[in-house]
Structure formats: C-alpha cells, structure tokens
Ligand binder design. Structure first.
Ligand code: NIG
Ligand code: FE
Length: 415
C-alpha cells in the first residue's frame, strides 16, 4: 500500500503557486494561501490539499496522521547558494575583523579563501564528508530541504575533485535535494599568484574534463571581483563550463562594481549572487534580464557591508532569490529563517516577498522549480510545519526564535 501521510488543522497553507515560473517585481509579493486546510502526501509527493471542511470526502484510510495544531505549512527552504563543505571554521579572522581588518586585507595576506584551501588540502575525503553531513542535518532541522553546495576551497585539481566527490556522496546519501557547483575559480592559489593564465588553463584543461568524466557538477561559478577573477576571465571560464553542459551561477558585485552583473547577464547565467555593490546601470541590466539576483543578507551582515538594494531591484522588476551563503569566511550560518528575517528587517522585503525568494525563486535558481519550492500537487512533499503563530509575518518578525515544529523531507518527518 502507498505510504500516505495526512496533515490536518493547518491554519495557513502557504505557497500555492499554480505556475513554476520565477517571480519578479510585483509578483514577488503574491503568496497564495489557503486557510484551515489539510494536505495529503502519497509516496513522498503532495497528492491533495483542500479545506478542512471537505476532509470527510477524502480517502485517507491507513494514513499516518500529523496534526498541525493550527500551525502554518510552507514549502521547505531552497537554499541556492552555500559552501558548506569546508574543513575548519575561521573565527580567528572574525576577531581580526572585530579589531578593524577588512575582508580584503585578510584575503591579501593569505587568509580568507586561501586559509580554507590549506585546510581542505590536508583533510581527508571522509573527514570533509562527515562535517558536511553534520551541517546538512543542522540546516534540515531549520527547514532547508533543497541545497546547493559549491567546491572552491580546493584550488588544485586533486582538492577540487575531492570536494566535488564529497558533494556527490552527500547527494547519494542524503534525502535532501542537492545540487553541486564547481567553483574552481574562487581565488588564485599561491602557486599561481604570478601566473593567472596558467591557473585558468588548469581549470579549463584539467579540472573540467575530470568533472565531465565523473559527472561531478551541475553548475559552474566564478568569483568575479577585483583582486579575484576579471569579467573577461569569468567569461572564459564560464564558456568552458557551458561547453561541458554546466550553466553559470556567478559571484558578482560583492565587494565592488566588478562588472559581475553585466557578465552574468551576457552569459545568460541562471543567477548572479551577492550584488551588494550596485549602481543604476547594474540594477537596470539585471532587472531587464532572465538572470536571477540572489541576495545573501547574512554575508553583508557578517562583513558589516551595506545590504543589497532589494527594494530597488524588485521595483525595477528583477527576479530575486534569497540564500544563506553558508561558508566559514563571510556567513558561518546556514539558518534560512534568519536569512528571511534579515531580508525583511534590513532590506525591507515584505514577508511574502522574502518567503517567495527563499522557496520558489530559490528553486528556480537551481532549475528545480518543477519539483519543489511551492505547494503544488505532484511536487515533492518538502514541508515546514510551524508552531501555532498569530500570522505569517510573525515568522520573520520573531527573528532567531524557534518557530518550526516539524520538517518533512520527501514526505518523511525528520527525526
Ligand atoms: O560567497 N565571496 C566569495 N566567496 C564566499 C566567501 C568565501 C570565504 O571567505 O571563505 C562568499 O562570500
Ligand atoms: Fe558565496
């Protein structure tokens, strides 16, 4: 008999989008909701939902029962940007930043990404897997049911492949949906400090063929930033990725007007992520494109930078997603509830806009919108059930408070 679960007494069933298209501009504020609802899950998939008043007409004999007790049910978070495979935390740099050093100064002195790369080089595949597995357990309890994970702390052929194999194993063993992004172009390793062309050649001629042969990545990413990769280098690397079937997701306009947005749009990248440092031309360019702007408020918060101009982007008609950027250097937290709160508090996104950006638009930024990111019949039952709360807005309002009662991944309750 089919594995069936019935959730009853849902005060608000949220995210009932009929289409799986990315939401942009004013559409972001539309979050279709049903009051006083039930939801039926069959074989891990959303099979039916409706008003509690009509439940007696539904056949659910033998189903497991979850009483939502007046809580909200919403789609699990789709976190479309993380670096959650890493060997060690970097709180010593955190203290340096408290004392006044900047992220760029730390990076220029061999800290930052190169610090993480030294530690990944020394770590075994098993050790990297075990710590990343632990992080997946933590974020899933906080409601993340779909997650993208980048390489980029390897920066050598062996270590990049090691990171990507770890991500592949996480995909195979976890019930979360996981996408892998190759970020060999995260920083120039010390050995290639004076030979940038040589490192790009290594990426294109040695890393990408191995990645293609072992099917280790779904996307390609480049850190397009002053002192890191130029727009021209970004283009060269992304085109080589495209040639082996990897669409681009680019780190752009984080620390400066790097040209990352324009490059991403020119390359038809799925997303350009960060976009803290924007001017009118970059906003207009992004808003007029199909590329999703992925905002990472935890990174701006942690680095004490100004926030991405979310309101201006939405008002210009851009498609916006929200993600955690979970990494040891600029966002040591994978808590998407806090991301959504930050988006509302600091960036003035409406709760509905922030929830859409962290669910359906996050799914679009991973090309997974057909099977997750909203409550639609036939999609994976990846769900957050909250404690009873007074309204939807309470969730981002009560920042840092534990609002989640239960998380279901593919129809199965966690723990
Ligand atoms: O997305 N900006 C580039 N990469 C990461 C940070 C990497 C690090 O500091 O370890 C980010 O913020
Ligand atoms: Fe990042």
């Amino acid at each position: 008999m089919a594995r069936t679960t019935l959730i009853t007494h849902i005060d608000r069933l949220v995210g009932l989008h009929q289409d799986d298209t990315v939401l942009r501009g004013a559409q972001l504020a539309e979050l279709p909701t049903m009051r006083n609802a039930y939801l039926l899950i069959e074989e891990g998939t959303i099979a039916k939902f409706g008003s509690m008043d009509t439940l007696e007409r539904v056949r659910y004999n033998g189903a497991d029962h979850i009483d939502a007790k007046g809580g909200i049910v919403l789609p699990g978070w789709c976190d479309s940007h993380t670096h959650l495979v890493f060997a060690a935390s970097r709180e010593e740099e955190f203290v340096d930043k408290i004392k006044g050093r900047t992220y760029q100064e730390i990076a220029a002195n061999g800290g930052g990404i190169l610090n993480s790369a030294r530690k990944v080089a020394e770590a075994s595949e098993d050790a990297l897997f075990n710590t990343a597995w632990q992080r997946l357990q933590e974020i899933s309890k906080m409601g993340t049911t779909t997650v993208e994970i980048k390489s980029g702390y390897g920066l050598s052929v062996e270590a990049e492949i090691k990171m990507l194999r770890v991500i592949k194993k996480l995909k195979e063993r976890s019930s979360l949906q996981i996408k892998a992004t190759f970020l060999g172009a995260h920083a120039f390793p010390l050995a290639y400090k004076e030979d940038h062309a040589g490192y790009i050649q290594l990426i294109v001629e040695e890393m990408l063929p191995r990645i293609a042969a072992e099917q280790l990545a779904d996307f390609i990413d480049v850190f397009c930033e002053k002192g890191f990769f130029s727009p021209e280098q970004t283009e060269q690397i992304c085109l080589a990725g495209k040639a082996i079937g990897l669409p681009a997701k680019i780190h752009g306009n984080q620390l400066s007007l790097s040209g990352g947005v324009q490059t991403a749009v020119k390359l038809h990248a799925i997303s350009v992520d960060h976009v803290e440092t924007m001017n009118a031309a970059a906003i207009e360019c992004l808003a007029g494109s199909d590329t999703i702007g992925t905002l990472l408020p935890n990174a701006a918060f942690f680095l004490r930078m100004s926030d991405p101009p979310a309101r201006q982007l939405i008002d210009a008609g851009a498609a916006i997603a929200l993600a955690s950027d979970y990494n040891p250097g600029s966002a040591p937290s994978g808590n998407m509830n806090f991301v959504v709160s930050q988006a509302c508090i600091r960036m003035r996104m409406l709760p509905e806009e922030a929830i859409n950006a962290a669910t359906i638009n996050g799914a679009c930024a991973l090309q997974l919108q057909a099977n997750c990111g909203s409550i639609r019949i036939g999609k994976r039952a990846d769900l957050i059930v909250t404690h009873p709360v007074s309204s939807l807005s309470y969730l981002p309002y009560a920042f840092g408070q534990p609002c989640i009662a239960q998380v279901l991944v593919n129809g199965l309750p966690l723990n």
